[in-house]
Design a binder for this molecule. Structure first.
Ligand code: GYE
Length: 343
């Protein structure tokens, strides 16, 4: 009998322990996520796989889609009981949630780490409790890679490269290969895998173009409000911005508002080229209108992959350490096909 099968047998006892902890937590459970408030453990649930999910927050449209993709698979009909926690963009909340999952003796911990550093201690606690950890979306920086089982997400560095290539393509089309191109970058949450990878990938391509000058890398925290605020500041400071590379669509929405407010226009026929990431529906409409020149897709539908991984583990099968989700680049020429899809 393999380890995960023994775990199944152990599940009834886990439920009793979990129910006791839930009762203890009941008085202070308000700070936990909706699913936790609505659902209560019942003895009928003893065959369900208990998954503790710690999500970064609800900072972006992409994040909401990612949460929905997890909620879609972790249902009772699919054999799961999900305890969901929204960390509201705070690492301390995630650490607290993971500790609570450990004390509830969940079967799996699924979490998207807000930043890469600072996880060694709590993940060691999970390992000591023999609870597998599946990372989604972002990664962790660890000395000991055995502290998590596997990761599902995007190749962020490649996304950054694709953004650079898309810009190069557009500038070539415009015949601006020799012109000095002034670029500002709107970065996401500092220390997050998406921020680091997208910046590295874009820089790699930028270094190949001597005429690309990066004026500033501003911190837009992946939100519309901060994206707008930073873009307003940048437009005030630099009179000659040619390109904004914004690391997510939410910041792009803010940046576009700031560009408009400053009396400028976005797009290939306008004053400023806008390159964005995520490719959420609202942004793809702007690609179609020509306001966003290229949008690098980031696939939020990671739930189905996590489900497959857990099912394999339940059968005692080995799983790969890294799972990359497929992604594309959207420009005006190909955006129509995706806008036709009904997701
Ligand atoms: O691009 C952004 C979100 O980590 C890929 O986080 C994710 C990023 C995504 O807030 O919109």
């Amino acid at each position: 009998m393999n380890k995960r099968q023994i775990n199944k047998k152990d599940r009834v006892w886990r439920w009793i322990a979990a129910a006791a902890v839930m009762l203890l937590l009941a008085g202070c459970s308000r700070e936990y996520g909706e699913a936790e408030k609505e659902d209560t453990l019942t003895p009928m649930d003893e065959n369900l796989i208990v998954v503790g999910v710690s999500q970064v927050g609800s900072e972006s449209v992409w994040r909401t889609a990612n949460t929905m993709s997890l909620q879609k698979v972790f249902t009772k009909e699919n054999g799961y009981f999900m305890i969901f926690n929204n960390a509201r963009q705070k690492q301390e909340n995630q650490i607290k949630a993971i500790r609570s999952f450990i004390s509830q003796r969940v079967d799996y911990i699924v979490f998207s780490p807000i930043m890469e550093d600072g996880w060694e201690t709590v993940l060691r606690e999970a390992k000591e409790a023999d609870i597998p950890v599946i990372l989604v979306d972002r990664k962790v920086k660890l000395q000991d890679q055995s502290l998590y089982t596997c990761w599902v997400g995007s190749d962020f560095k490649n996304e950054g490269r694709m953004a650079g290539e898309a810009l190069a393509y557009c500038l070539r089309k415009q015949g601006r290969q020799r012109e000095n191109i002034h670029i500002v970058l709107l970065q996401g949450t500092q220390g997050a895998t998406a921020t680091i990878g997208r910046a590295e990938g874009f820089q790699e391509i930028a270094q190949k173009h001597e005429n690309w000058l990066i004026l500033e890398q501003a911190d837009g925290e992946f939100t519309t409000a901060k994206g707008q605020e930073e873009m307003e500041r940048l437009l005030h400071r630099y009179k000659d911005i040619d390109v904004v590379v914004s690391q997510n669509d939410d910041m792009t929405f803010g940046a576009l508002a700031a560009i408009e407010e400053a009396g400028k226009t976005a797009g290939e026929d306008g004053d400023i080229l806008v390159i964005s990431f995520d490719a959420v529906k609202g942004a793809l409409k702007l690609v179609e209108e020509g306001k966003i020149t290229a949008d690098i897709e980031c696939n939020p539908n990671q739930g189905e992959y996590v489900d497959q991984i857990i099912r394999k583990m339940e059968e005692g099968e080995a799983v790969a350490k890294l799972h990359f989700v497929p992604e594309r680049v959207f420009v005006k020429e190909n955006v129509a096909e995706d806008l036709g899809e009904d997701d």
